[in-house]
Write a protein that binds this ligand. Structure first.
Ligand SMILES: Nc1ncnc2c1ncn2[C@@H]1O[C@H](COP(=O)(O)OP(=O)(O)OP(=O)(O)O)[C@@H](O)[C@H]1O
Ligand SMILES: [Mg+2]
Length: 290
């Protein structure tokens, strides 16, 4: 499957739309599965860490205003892709386009300056600090004057307003984050990213280790953000059904490649499971080697 001679799977790859009959070597991208206007596009992204090839020619498009679900097994390269999109890693090869312009993201700050924000798998909240402190972490509001004192009142007000705007309910923005549930914590991390003027929001497994109720809270929040407009969202997910529910389109990653992409309405959990099963069978037949 990981064949260096294979051309990078791309948006223009031919396909039949019938996943069960198409090869997993080339991406299955039925005609019309591409969005009209793009916010972000990767073309043939490769990332190597020494001898490990984490991304092996990944091409994808995030349409303006859409939710793109990225599915794939452990180690498929999903987080590596996100880290390239946030400027944390630079790709070994391949090209990124932000709003249609070729862009090499030099750093996380550079990506942020272009409106790309990420909520990481491990959240990166300061648990002992309050909700409002977390929302303004590293971008605190200071009062005018020589002492540059923190403007707690203003930060509290803005944090409460911002959470209210996107429908996140917490008893008080003074609560330390460690007192919140996993879902609420995730919601604060999302709110923080949105508050910082994100145009492209990347969520790496936002539902990890959450129960159904907490997951619903985050899925609702993401839907509300989409409906407000102006935001394009990539969500890395494990659960196929939840992903098909929330995402406009999905891409499936397997061993560093995109092997399938489709509008959510035009695929199913059964189809996705069949593709993954076929991959396991092929791997077993090949002796399990990557
Ligand atoms: N900094 C790194 N150094 C070396 N190898 C890495 C590094 N980061 C990721 N990898 C490797 O790249 C591959 C893809 O990892 P990645 O974290 O992107 O997978 P993932 O799809 O996010 O998996 P999961 O679902 O478990 O989060 C794995 O084989 C991983 O070990
Ligand atoms: Mg990951």
């Amino acid at each position: 499957m990981s064949d260096p001679q294979q051309p990078a799977p791309g948006a223009s790859a031919a396909s039949t739309g019938d996943a069960a009959s198409s090869s997993t070597r080339g991406v299955t991208s039925p005609q019309g599965a591409q969005p009209a206007r793009e916010a972000l596009r990767g073309d043939g992204l490769v990332k190597r860490f020494g001898a490990v090839t984490a991304l092996d020619g990944v091409s994808f498009t995030l349409g303006a205003g859409e939710i793109l679900g990225v599915l794939g097994d452990n180690g498929a390269g999903k987080s590596t892709l996100v880290k390239i999109l946030t400027g944390y890693h630079q790709q070994t090869a391949g090209t990124l386009y932000v709003n249609g312009s070729e862009t090499l993201l030099r750093s996380v700050d550079h990506a942020r300056s272009l409106g790309i924000e990420c909520v990481y798998q491990d959240l990166a909240l300061a648990n002992s600090l309050s909700i409002y402190h977390n929302m303004f972490l590293n971008r605190e509001i200071v009062r005018r004057g020589p002492l540059r004192l923190l403007d707690h009142r203003r930060m509290r007000e803005i944090a409460a307003q911002c959470l209210d705007d996107i429908g996140v309910h917490v008893p008080s923005v003074d609560l330390p984050v460690e007192r919140l549930s996993g879902g609420q914590r995730q919601a604060i991390a999302v709110a923080r990213a949105v508050h910082s003027n994100a145009k492209i929001l990347l969520l790496d497994e936002p539902l990890a280790a959450m129960g159904a109720r907490e997951a619903a809270l985050i899925l609702d929040l993401v839907m509300r953000l989409k409906e407000k407009g102006g935001l394009s969202i990539i969500m890395i997910m494990h659960n196929y059904a939840q992903t098909l529910d929330i995402a406009d389109r999905i891409v499936l990653m397997q061993r560093g490649r995109v092997t399938f992409e489709q509008h959510s309405a035009q695929t199913s959990v059964a189809e996705l499971m069949e593709i993954v099963r076929r991959e396991y069978r092929a791997m077993r037949a090949a002796g399990g080697a990557r």
